[in-house]
Design a protein around this ligand. Structure first.
Ligand code: AMP
Length: 429
């Protein structure tokens, strides 16, 4: 991992005026830690492994140097025919992320006056428009792996001239089962290319990928859930009272833009109905919604027209919603790494955020596993009016011993109540 002192302004990173002007317009006052550490290395042509979540500023980390490199190449006399080639390829796991990344790149590139072409391709919509957009090739292509393979088989695009490959959210790409597609795509690219890999977590599959693919990479790890910007809390609640507690919190706190995670599409609709009966309007965002509906809901949520959005993990993956004040785990995520992905939606780029988990007795054990894997430990709290009938003592395993209460035996026990102090936070925030 790099440890050199990182510059604290964009000028020192070596970026060109067309980009610096844009960053000033966007009111990016200083580089985020990942940008400060990685951008000079990427500009120097190095491969990169970055442990960074959505919210860390990772898109600009690869987009700015890529644009700068492409701009430099454009000023050279070109001998190559145009054809359906792509130079900078960004692979992402979901369509929302593809659109979002492409939009960010186009925004960063406004002062190149259209000289750099960026196209996004993803499934769920007609391929024809995307084929048309790819005519004559593109400088940057943001793509989901499946749709990209379809387009290649239709001769809409060729990967023989890829110079930079970005693998964004590599862990998610693997967990969504894109391993074979990725291998097929790699076969079609030149061996020699710069590779930038971004991942929030590093399960075995991602480690194998980095070892087999990258050439002497710079490794940078950025804490995704920075304690100074993201507050994590966990509220215990009786089984069957989660919805009432959630409604109470939403009403009391009047959050603008709360993102609520559940584990199944039908839970989204069910929870939305239950909230609606309690006078809270919520929209749902899941894979059964058509692309048009998903885009509309997302735009409305971003614009602040919807306060509460209920989503599944897959649908919400990679959403870029600025300054999301709160993320709530109504259902706990199945995997500990998904917990980190979910909470990464809040407290972004230095903003203070809150990640709240609501747990009933059935969730206790699983939440402990999530904590242990993510090396966190949160105090169980209760909300006034929603005190739990019985507090279960922490189950003690050998591995847990340092954290465990001395009286814990693994059996259910009545013990002193968890702190009832959620109202303090509600008043203060
Ligand atoms: P990302 O991690 O790429 O999804 O970025 C998260 C959010 O932070 C996006 O809305 C970016 O526009 C914003 N952002 C990225 N870099 C900076 C920066 N240096 N200063 C302020 N905001 C930033």
């Amino acid at each position: 991992m790099t440890s050199a002192t990182a510059p604290d302004n964009f000028t020192e990173l070596g970026l060109i005026p067309a980009l610096l002007t844009r960053l000033t317009e966007l009111e990016y006052q200083q580089p985020t830690p990942i940008q400060a550490q990685a951008i000079p290395c990427v500009l120097a042509g190095r491969d990169l492994i970055a442990g960074a979540n959505t919210g860390s500023g990772k898109t600009a980390t690869f987009a700015l140097p890529l644009l700068q490199q492409l701009d430099a190449e454009k000023s050279l006399p070109s001998t190559s025919d145009k054809g359906n080639y792509v130079t900078g390829l960004i692979l992402v796991p979901t369509r929302e992320l593809a659109k979002q990344v492409a939009d960010s790149i186009k925004s960063y590139a406004v002062h190149f006056n259209g000289a750099i072409k960026t196209v996004a391709v993803f499934g769920g919509v007609s391929a024809n428009t995307q084929m048309l957009a790819l005519r004559g090739g593109t400088d940057i292509l943001v793509a989901t792996p499946g749709r990209l393979l379809d387009l290649i088989s239709n001769n809409a695009i060729k990967l023989d001239r890829v110079k930079t490959l970005v693998l964004d959210e590599a862990d998610r790409m693997m967990s969504l089962g894109f391993t074979d597609e990725l291998s097929a795509l790699l076969e079609l690219m030149p061996k020699k290319k710069q590779i930038l890999l971004f991942s929030a977590t590093f399960p075995d599959q991602v480690q194998e990928l980095t070892q087999s693919l990258l050439n002497d990479p710079v490794e940078i790890q950025v804490q995704s859930a920075d304690a100074s910007t993201l507050v994590q809390r966990v509220f215990t609640v009786n089984k069957g009272e989660k919805t009432a507690l959630l409604a109470h919190l939403i009403k009391q706190h009047e959050w603008q833009q709360a993102l609520i995670f559940v584990n199944a599409k039908k839970h989204c609709d069910y929870l939305a109905q239950k909230l609606s009966k309690r006078g809270i309007a919520a929209e749902v965002f899941h894979g059964d919604k058509g692309q048009g509906a998903r885009t509309r809901v997302l735009e409305a949520f971003k614009a602040g027209e919807i306060d509460v959005l209920i989503a599944t993990d897959i649908a919400a993956r990679g959403l870029d919603i600025e300054k999301l004040p709160v993320v709530i785990n109504f259902d706990l995520p199945r995997s500990p790494s998904d917990y980190m992905h979910r909470i990464g939606r809040s407290g972004r780029a230095g903003e203070v955020g809150l990640a709240l988990s609501l747990i009933d007795h059935e969730d206790y054990h699983h939440f402990k596993v999530i904590e242990k894997k993510n090396k966190i430990r949160l105090e169980r709290e209760q909300v006034v009016g929603f005190e739990v009938d019985e507090v279960i003592a922490d189950e003690v395993s050998d591995a847990d011993k340092p954290m465990a209460k001395p009286e814990g035996t693994g059996k259910k026990k009545r013990k002193k109540k968890a702190p009832v102090n959620a109202d303090i936070w509600l008043r203060n925030s």
